[in-house]
Design a protein around this ligand. Structure first.
Ligand SMILES: Cc1ncc(COP(=O)(O)O)c(C=O)c1O
Length: 634
């Protein structure tokens, strides 16, 4: 056990971060201590060192902070979900097929959606659009002939018109009716156009799921119809001679469903609606179960907010089995199975990588001695060291904290000076360091050891939580986080990670480690000559577009890479992060006006004699360099 950090000594220090649990498919630690990317599509391929990839990208001019996308990880997940459903269908003798769609809202970036369409073509994989802009994206893609375009969300006549007309181009576009009012608009548009729509109906399930997104399930969820509304819509479609177009039942199970038995229960309820609607004469052929397939962010493999107690294969097998049984029992043909899994398809394919800029250490290797003129509180504080023993840890902590707080009060009132106060803080930190080391080695001091974690260092990192990890800020989402190098050495410090926004919320202080949740993460003393990179993993779902411009930190650089079978990589695409001029334009400034206004100020200062003419060029260049530059620390 390392005394300072409480971390067990082991050869592969990556295991401290649980990488072998959450990242076994994608990552491994190399003997030189680098975190490396495995190639799940070519299991024999040598893993590729992440720090080496970053070094290479840096030479090509692609710098951190950066979002790194690995196309193979995306392809792997698309293959996985499709083959899991195919295998479950074959195994259980299910008499229809799986036709998944990717919900564009989970990651709308062109580089991601284009590749999903490309990799999914052989599986007739389609797209889900939850808004007009997303439908516009979907219809700009050459989907496979039998792939679906499922339109969810609130729809106006324009949305419905485009969706209906797209049928003329061969798209299998399904308009999912979300409400009775929307049904009226659909009926009107259908009368106006000479095209038969494919309709779906969104049925709200009463079954609630557990987890972070529990509110998106159950009868108080905001989307979809209750049973009464459903019956009204069926009658309305029948009256208007459109019931024969109603082919799909949509019942969204939720998001990040932690417990597979929740999936079974919800699917069972969805099937009841399906068979009942069928017996009402609705010619349903497709059952769409929406999202819900979770990601094991912590690798714990249990039903908790950031983990799941099932695999993709189990998820698929349970759905296929439940639907098969329910339909057989009711004597209804097996429907085409549709899911709208988003998170599970894209989360693993992106990682946020940033460098640590500097550290505020909550520690002092040495304790200054008391000086003759010191206040007696200072002498008492220094004296704590004399009785600091394993059996008196709590007492020493109490005493040291009391004396330090008294000294702070004396400083505020002007009774002690700056230098004495600085020495007091150092003595206190030194004492805390020693107490922490003792507590970490004593099993019965676990509580104390946990409390002392608040003395973790602050590692100041080159990223914006609000821009790149909005769910960490908004809903306490936990992502795997770890250093990318030096994993052959025991981490010797613990830290929280602060971002570079001027906001005290801009920090990560909740980590999942191999031995559970922790408010700090083990890190290494920052190397002097080389960068120290940290990675935040599984950030491909929802984070990119939900992020905001707090403090005007814009999009980071994005590099899309493909791992080669020989262990190398190809840079497929680079998207430069926002410049300052770009973020200024998002908040209604015209960057050229800013330059002109600054130039005017400079010229006015020269005219007034407060600035030398010779300084004009330097000032204007500094302003221009900034406005054209990256918003992050360069
Ligand atoms: C209708 C619908 N489909 C699909 C999804 C994607 O869910 P997930 O990312 O959990 O797969 C969502 C997200 O909540 C949704 O609302």
């Amino acid at each position: 056990m390392d005394q300072a950090t409480g971390v067990a000594e082991q050869q592969d220090f990556g295991a401290i971060y649980g990488v072998d649990r959450w990242g076994d498919e994608h990552f491994c630690v190399l003997p030189n201590g680098d975190l490396a990317l495995k190639n799940p599509l070519v299991p024999d391929a040598p893993p590729t060192s992440l720090p080496e990839i970053l070094g290479d990208l840096d030479q090509r001019g692609v710098h951190v902070p950066m979002l790194l996308r690995v196309t193979g990880y995306l392809e792997h997940e698309i293959r996985k979900i499709n083959t899991c459903f195919q295998e479950a269908i074959e195994r259980s003798g299910y008499r229809n097929e799986y036709r998944g769609v990717f919900p564009i809202k989970v990651n709308q970036q062109a580089q991601v959606v284009d590749r999903i369409v490309e990799y999914g073509r052989e599986f007739n994989y389609g797209l889900e659009a939850g808004s007009k802009p997303e439908l516009v994206i979907a219809l700009a893609h050459p989907l496979a002939k039998d792939a679906l375009v499922v339109c969810n969300g609130v729809k106006d006549a324009e949305f419905i018109r485009l969706a209906t007309l797209s049928r003329k181009l061969g798209f299998n576009t399904v308009i999912v009716l979300e409400s009775p009012l929307e049904t009226d608009t659909v009926i009107e548009v259908c009368k106006e156009l000479d095209v038969e729509p494919i309709l779906g109906v969104r049925v709200k399930l009463t079954q609630k799921i557990s987890g972070n997104w529990s509110e998106s399930s159950g009868d108080r969820s905001t989307f979809g119809m209750n049973t009464d509304q459903l019956v009204a819509v069926i009658d309305k479609l029948r009256e208007n001679n459109l019931l024969h177009c109603l082919k799909l039942q949509h019942s969204h199970l939720g998001s990040q469903v932690p417990d597979v038995n929740d999936v079974r229960r919800a699917v069972n309820e969805a099937c009841r609606y399906f068979t009942e609607m069928t017996s009402e004469g609705v010619p349903l052929t497709h059952l769409d179960l929406g999202g819900g397939l979770g990601v094991d962010y912590t690798g714990e493999k249990r039903a908790s907010e950031n983990s799941i107690n099932y695999t993709v294969a189990e998820y698929a097998a349970n759905i296929v089995e439940m639907v098969g049984y329910a339909m057989d029992e009711a004597g209804v043909d097996h429907p085409v199975l549709v899911t709208e899994s988003g998170r599970a398809i894209v989360a693993t394919s992106s990682m946020l990588i940033f460098n640590v800029l500097e550290a505020t250490l909550y520690d002092s290797a040495t304790a200054p001695a008391a000086e003759p003129d010191d206040h007696h509180m200072m002498t008492d504080l220094v004296a704590v060291s004399d009785y600091l023993k394993p059996e008196r840890l709590q007492e020493c902590w109490n005493d040291a904290t009391f004396y330090r707080d008294e000294l702070r009060a004396l400083f505020r009132r002007g009774y002690i000076g700056l230098r004495q106060m600085a020495r007091a803080e150092r003595v206190y930190m030194h004492l805390m360091n020693r107490i922490r080391a003792h507590a970490a080695s004593l099993e019965d001091e676990y509580e104390l050891s946990q409390q002392l974690e608040k003395f973790a260092d602050i590692y100041h990192c080159n990223f914006s939580l609000f821009q790149s990890l909005p769910d960490v800020w908004a809903i306490d989402q936990v992502h795997p986080i770890m250093p990318l190098q030096m994993l052959d050495q025991a981490p010797d410090r613990r830290a929280v990670l602060a971002d570079i926004t001027c906001d005290s919320d801009g920090k990560v202080d909740r980590f999942i480690l191999a031995d559970g949740e922790s408010p700090s993460i083990p890190v290494h003393t920052l190397p002097e000559k080389t960068p120290y990179y940290m990675g935040v993993f599984f950030v491909g779902a929802y984070q990119e577009t939900l992020g905001d411009l707090h403090n005007l930190f814009g999009d980071t650089n994005v590099a899309t890479i493909q791992l080669r079978a020989d262990g190398g990589f190809d840079l497929l695409h680079e998207q430069e992060g926002d410049t300052i001029a770009e973020v200024l334009s998002y908040v209604e400034y015209d960057p050229s006006h800013c330059v002109a206004a600054f130039r005017k100020l400079v010229d006015n200062s020269i005219s007034a004699g407060s600035l030398r003419s010779a300084d004009r060029k330097t000032l204007l260049r500094a302003y221009r360099d900034s406005i054209e530059g990256y918003t992050y620390y360069e």
